[in-house]
Design a protein around this ligand. Sequence first.
Ligand code: ADQ
Length: 421
Amino acid sequence: FRRLGLRGMKQRLLVVANRLPVSANRRGEDQWSLEISAGGLVSALLGVKDVDAKWIGWAGVNVPDEVGQQALTNALAEKRCIPVFLDEEIVHQYYNGYCNNILWPLFHYLGLPQEDRLATTRNFESQFDAYKRANQMFADVVYQHYQEGDVIWCHDYHLMFLPRCLKEHDINMKVGWFLHTPFPSSEIYRTLPSRSELLRSVLCADLVGFHTYDYARHFVSACTRILGLEGTPEGVEDQGKLTRVAAFPIGIDSDRFKRALDIDAAKRHVNELKQRFAGRKVMLGVDRLDMIKGIPQKILAFEKFLEENPEWIDKVVLLQIAVPTRTDVPEYQKLTSQVHEIVGRINGRFGTLSAVPIHHLDRSLDFHALCALYAVTDVALVTSLRDGMNLVSYEYVACQGSKKGVLILSEHNRLVLVPFL
Ligand code: ADQ
């Protein structure tokens, strides 16, 4: 807020992200149940305090009928959430297509889709068109709820076109845009066909934020090399208009994790886990089931460890909790099968009638169960191939207290500040 020139009173904030922090499940024509979603963006923003915030985003379901839309809008209002309704076609093209199949891999240095270049080129235009239409739909909902003086905080690669839609509507809106993934080197970014249009749109924001100085530097280089603009120590300048660019490494509300361990439910989980795995060292992996998280690589490394250190076979166990994500995208379906195949093979190879070396769960855990796992396990394995930041590493350290377990972190994660270490 200070960088946007605002301070003082409790600031009104409109958070705009592709997904709301809750997932909605329909229970009847006008009945919905809501469940908090697992993911880094939600965890990170739970720590935002002292603002009057509302969250605008997609609830992750197709709701074609008006009765359902109204009922969901009412249910979400209690959580200070406002839905954007996207139909199946737009979700397919914008979310599964442009966001998850093009931008996400590119930003994590996995390149543009290779398997069928011609089909990709043909789809590209229609997916980018859907991306812009979807961003406009988010903007339309923002206009309906915007009051003068609100700050609008746009999140992530799904909404790179949003700052432009907002500023075209009202140039005085205060707009920030934050990227949760890496911003790649300009040499990688420049392979994206819509590179210039997206950069120009992001530059419509007043303030552009990244996790690290490197990502900010890559972004400024992309603007200077691709758009020929002037980079300054403050950001990027275009015909006298400055867009501020800076690093704001995200963290977690560590007290929330520590406090959770005082709750009876968490204590019960801690005791159960201690009994269940008594006499064995426990290694833990907690990830969204995503190709960037290096889950197959982690499990294969664990196999190699058992192979090279057979004396550990019945003395160590790996608990891998992998919440399914983007389940409509074929690449993610392949990854799930691959992980299941490797886990099955290793358990078949090293398991006994009474114990297996790997417990793999395809699901999200509730908050207290997760904190208990962080607290009792001896090692956390965070093996991302690339990651914007990675909050699991922070959460593990926050819950360990005096236990002092070991955090094994691949060099491609970022861990910026750990004041409690
Ligand atoms: P994510 O890729 O979602 O976030 P990460 O930072 O690891 O990654 O956060 C995952 C969050 O989901 C953690 O808070 C974790 O507790 C929770 N979670 C994961 N699996 C879970 C499970 N099985 N059950 C319950 N909870 C689970 C994106 C970027 C990251 C960046 C964050 C924040 O990809 O690089 O750190 O945004 O900016």
